[in-house]
Design a protein around this ligand. Sequence first.
Ligand SMILES: Nc1ncnc2c1ncn2[C@@H]1O[C@H](COP(=O)(O)OP(=O)(O)OP(=O)(O)O)[C@@H](O)[C@H]1O
Ligand SMILES: [Mg+2]
Length: 245
Amino acid sequence: MHTPTGPAMQAIRLTKTFRSRAAVADLSFSVRRGRITGLLGPNGSGKTTTLRMALGLTRPTSGSVRVLGRPYDEIAEPARHVGAVLDITGIHPARTARDHLRIAQLTAGVSPERVDEVLLAVDLSDAAGQKARTYSLGMRQRLALATALLGSPELLVLDEPANGLDPTGIRWLRDALRSYADSGATVVIASHVLAEMEQTVDDVVVIHGGRLVAAGDLQDVTLGAPLEDAYLGLLRSFEEARRAR
Ligand SMILES: Nc1ncnc2c1ncn2[C@@H]1O[C@H](COP(=O)(O)OP(=O)(O)OP(=O)(O)O)[C@@H](O)[C@H]1O
Ligand SMILES: [Mg+2]
């Protein structure tokens, strides 16, 4: 149903103002399909707000953001096309992982076998009968990712997914995202963990104060420098340019 070409996500002059403060300001970028794109920026730079607007959870003040070629609200059966992990606080503490996934599976309208498939994919099969309140932070992250994967979405949107994962979990997440992208899916991931992002992403979108700082192929943006150095350098130049205006 969706055109398989064109950006997987595209923001055009996207703006969100909370009271009189701009969280996202005149932000335009596009995300290439079949690639992993890192959305980078300091605390409060508008990453989560941008992703929430992309997922139809927050209405833009002006401008627009499309996913898979259309506004999120116009996607029929969105769980089959877009999977997201924005915050993991919504998991009911008294439910087991399997029950949580069964409810999500029914809501998404996908086959019941997907529950065990995604549990296996995130390495939670053995803990699937435990109540979520007994889960560690990393286990909750895995459960949230499993939920996002239920509909085998073409686009996966993750906000700080490595938060709480141990080194084994981080390696596993990186490999899982890579094979997911290799299968043709698109991943958008917001994170501060630059060393990790450097090893994971193909493209970056750097924002600051809700505005675009840089975007493109990782190598083109960093010019071969370590991502952390390039990122801090870009932010410094952006700040200086803003002060000079
Ligand atoms: N519901 C809201 N009401 C008022 N202000 C908000 C709301 N949500 C976000 N903001 C503000 O918008 C700005 C951007 O916040 P956002 O959460 O998008 O940043 P972020 O880049 O995701 O930060 P972090 O790296 O800390 O996750 C911040 O100044 C924040 O205080
Ligand atoms: Mg955030």
